[in-house]
Design a binder for this molecule. Structure first.
Ligand code: ADP
Length: 289
């Protein structure tokens, strides 16, 4: 179950005993459990023995940025974050019960995501790097979205995939051709605050039907990259998209741009899982050969 050192750390830091601990499944990266803690109540614990120990520190920064945006989107409150045994990072959050969406829930979610994207930064990126899944995500600041997309999103993941033999080196030609067209392809947008990893597994509705978002990889980016990712693995309804578009309309042609944005999560998945994701990347960039 939980490492003893982690139980002791939490009990000591909170000066409260852990009354029960139950394993929770579903996370793709970390181990997780629901704890009942004296004086505090239910809490959600994630830990990882092998990931970079600062992974949860970066997650806390992201959760705080999302909370501070005050969009109405529910973001779990952070109770504790730290490291035990030198390399086991952990994050203890408020436990939020998974509920059912009501008739207004998807609409509310779309409007609140638009409200999040209406928070703007001065440039693309963030003051610190963070993680996408367990892979590093570099967030060096750029004034230009195309340069940010190439230097901070495409190139680090493409290099990693080439180094581990996921692609033949000839694929770089197609990427370079694509890079030359990106200024024409991407519509001008100001840098928006993004969740950064918004797929169907990183949100649910609470018992009041309100949307809850978690497990972010926050940065300021082009809002279309976030919307594109919501389409990649499904899980978002038409009411969600209509509500978003009513608040922040999307420029025509998004259907074609979507797959270019999704090269980023597909490259990340290639590096994490390989195989079919690499073939999907090749299918998209082939049109630029
Ligand atoms: P990982 O970082 O390993 O991907 P997640 O943060 O996505 O883990 O959490 C795994 C699962 O646990 C989620 O899919 C969700 O169902 C649930 N979960 C996440 N955060 C909370 C929370 N604060 N309260 C209750 N359940 C949560």
């Amino acid at each position: 179950m939980l490492p003893d050192s982690l139980q002791r750390e939490i009990a000591d830091k909170l000066d409260a005993s852990i009354e029960s601990a139950t394993r929770v499944s579903g996370g793709s990266i970390n181990e997780a459990a629901k704890l009942d803690i004296e004086k505090i109540g239910p809490a959600f614990l994630k830990w990882n023995r092998t990931a970079d120990p600062d992974m949860f520190e970066k997650e806390v920064t992201g959760l705080k940025l999302l909370r501070d945006a005050e969009t109405g989107l529910r973001v779990p409150d952070v109770i504790l974050q730290g490291t035990v045994d030198g390399n086991t990072g952990y994050l203890l959050l408020e436990f939020i019960e998974d509920g059912r969406p009501g008739i207004q829930s998807a609409q509310e979610f779309g409007e609140q995501l638009a409200a999040l994207h209406d928070h703007h930064g001065d440039s693309y990126g963030l003051d610190e790097d963070n993680y996408i899944g367990r892979l590093p995500q570099s967030n060096n600041r750029h004034n230009d979205w195309t340069n940010f997309f190439i230097d901070e999103r495409m190139e680090p993941q493409l290099r990693m995939a080439l180094e581990s033999g996921k692609f033949r080196s000839s694929i770089t030609g197609a990427f370079n051709n694509m890079y030359r067209e990106l200024d024409e392809i991407f519509p001008e947008e100001r840098p928006s605050l993004l969740h950064g990893d918004l797929w169907g597994g990183n949100y649910f509705y609470d018992t009041d039907g309100g949307p809850v978002i978690y497990d972010p990889a926050v940065y300021y980016g082009h809002r279309e990259i976030e919307l594109a990712f919501t389409h990649l693995f499904g899980g978002f309804s038409s009411a969600f998209y209509e509500a978003y578009d009513n608040v922040l309309p999307i420029e025509p042609g998004f259907g074609q741009r979507k797959e270019i944005y999704n090269l980023y999560p597909l490259l990340v998945h290639t590096n994490l899982f390989g195989g079919s994701y690499a073939r999907q990347v090749e299918g998209i960039v082939k049109q630029f050969e």
